[in-house]
Write a protein that binds this ligand. Structure first.
Ligand code: ADP
Ligand code: MG
Ligand code: MG
Length: 510
């Protein structure tokens, strides 16, 4: 990714930029590369019928991305799937980490409490489904480029639907528009790999649906997408839903807030989760798979009933994507324990315990960057406390709580300030992570009709689907499932598209 690489071109405002923008605007709506508008754009209550859609923010060109890094990230995904499936099965390990963070984190404590309650009742479903996404940035060390993992997502890993469409958009532009630019780009000069994210994630859901088998109660079975109220990123989810429906699998969407109203538990030893069509409650489907696109943060649990709803999913026979244990495996604390610098770690390699195959674990290890706990007792924790409170050292770090969905982290100088506000005995609910500083590339973002040109930073996500048996450890399905490229201005610290910081992109391999 040399900085003198002449691609992508910086376009002057003018007719050719207008033409390119217009093509993107139209293609995006025509092909569902879209989101519902934010109220700030259209005004409160200005879309009472829910009919408006706007372009998802996207780059004018696919960003250059090192081929070796892209291929490495894809190649190790099935090992990552295996790693997180094994972590999910290690209740003792997760319980220990939960205890470390729960003092300063009521949400994690409540998830664990819900898991323990179900454990006491007895889990009836042993199959567990993960639709994962491992996120990376490219780290440059001299001439050497190496992917470094930002985080591993085990719940509501989004953008697989829009990402496949973004790859198609850029392929379309490469064929039709880029060759017409003042400085033409010939299609043969762009290496744009196919992206199967929507199809492959749907295939993961389908594998779990098939594994569930027919209803013992003679109901039709279905997949239930459990979603947030007022979801703006709905088309991303719809793409997965449509892909599933192509294989004739019944799919329904249900807001998490209405789960208790429209579902019941069968009073059988198997506690099947039954979904009653809201418009026709006598029509009942048995929920083979519950796909959570909600429930990942405290905001989704405004009342005790929300926890009752989560408990209902967890205690039922439905195959949960994810279960509470799998959700907890995605804690930043887990990633920290895996990635603690060996010189400072107190025991033998945690990674090696879960992935004994040395070649596989070495390949995963290469993607870790230094992550520290913030406890007061371990050598790693003491080192982290020194780094986090030092006004110069802290500039190389990001501090993260056990949260998902963007906008929760503290960067650089904000770290010591935040720590001043948190009682010291709760510092351990955060982890301290070295900042990855990828080389910036140039690109132009089209966001809400406006162009933003300049240095951008790319974050690659690789999807993975995994279906396993919690009791026997048998892995029934394990696949790499396409990719996501998210790009943000190089001045921005967070890169979430939904959180309004980043935009959709795809890779041009170099
Ligand atoms: P979340 O689960 O909320 O998405 P992340 O760990 O992905 O949390 O952090 C959010 C964003 O912060 C990332 O998308 C990335 O842009 C930035 N970020 C997180 N960790 C790092 C890091 N180690 N180096 C550089 N940027 C980071
Ligand atoms: Mg993230
Ligand atoms: Mg995350």
């Amino acid at each position: 990714m040399a900085s003198n690489y002449p691609y992508p071109p910086a376009l002057d405002a003018g007719l050719e930029t207008e033409r390119l923008s217009q093509t993107i605007k139209d293609w995006s709506i025509a092909n569902g590369l879209a989101v519902r508008p934010p109220p700030a754009l259209v005004g409160q209550n200005q879309d009472p019928e829910g009919i408006l859609a706007i372009n998802a923010p996207v780059t004018l060109f696919p960003s250059p991305f090192p081929k070796s890094c892209f291929e490495e990230a894809k190649a190790i995904q099935t090992s990552y799937n295996e790693l997180y499936a094994r972590i999910s099965q290690d209740e003792e390990f997760l319980g220990r980490l939960v205890q470390e963070v729960a003092g300063g984190d009521e949400f994690i404590a409540k998830l664990w409490e819900t898991h323990l309650k179900v454990k006491e009742e007895g889990y009836v479903q042993n199959l567990s489904l993960g639709l994962f996404r491992s996120d990376y940035m490219v780290h440059q060390d001299g001439d050497h480029l190496q992917i470094k993992q930002v985080e591993f997502n085990t719940i509501a890993s989004s953008f697989g639907g829009l990402s496949a469409q973004t790859s198609l958009l850029h392929q379309h532009l490469a064929k039709t528009e880029y060759p017409l630019l003042t400085t033409p780009i010939a299609p043969s000069t762009l290496n744009l790999p196919p992206n199967t994210s929507a199809r492959s994630l749907a295939a993961g859901l389908a594998a779990a649906y098939q594994a569930y088998g027919p209803s013992a109660l003679n109901h039709p079975t279905c997949v239930l997408f459990i979603v947030q109220d007022g979801e703006r990123n709905i088309f991303d989810q719809r793409h997965l839903e449509y892909a599933l429906q192509q294989s004739s699998i019944p799919v329904f969407r249900l807001p998490f807030s209405q789960l208790l109203t429209h579902t019941t538990l069968a009073s059988t030893p198997h506690r099947q989760l039954l979904y009653h069509l809201p418009h026709n409650p006598s029509r009942t489907f048995e929920v083979a798979v519950s796909y959570l696109r909600a429930g990942y943060g405290p905001g989704d649990y405004p009342s005790p009933e929300s926890w009752t709803a989560r408990h209902r999913i967890e205690t039922s026979n439905t195959i949960a994507c994810p279960t509470i244990l799998t959700q907890l495996a995605g804690m930043k604390k887990v990633q920290q324990v895996l990635a603690t610098p060996p010189a400072l770690a107190s025991g033998p390699s945690t990674l090696g315990k879960f992935i004994p195959d040395e070649a596989k674990s070495a390949a995963l290890w290469k993607t870790f960057t230094n992550i520290y706990p913030l406890d007061g007792s371990s050598p790693a924790g003491q080192e982290a406390r020194r780094l986090a409170t030092d006004p110069t050292e802290c500039l190389k770090y990001v501090m993260k709580p056990q949260r998902e969905g963007g906008g929760n982290n503290f960067y650089k100088g904000a770290i010591p300030e935040q720590l001043k506000k948190v009682p010291e005995e709760h510092w351990n609910s955060f982890i301290l992570m070295e900042l990855i500083t990828p080389p910036a590339v140039q690109n132009t973002i089209l966001r809400q009709g406006k162009l933003e040109q300049g240095g951008v930073i790319c974050e690659l996500g690789v999807y993975g689907t995994c279906l396993w048996d919690q009791k026997t450890g048998e892995v029934k399905h394990n696949e790499q499932a396409g990719y996501l490229l998210r790009t943000k201005g190089d001045q921005s610290e967070e890169g979430g598209v939904a959180a309004g910081f980043g935009c959709m992109d795809s890779v041009a391999l170099v």
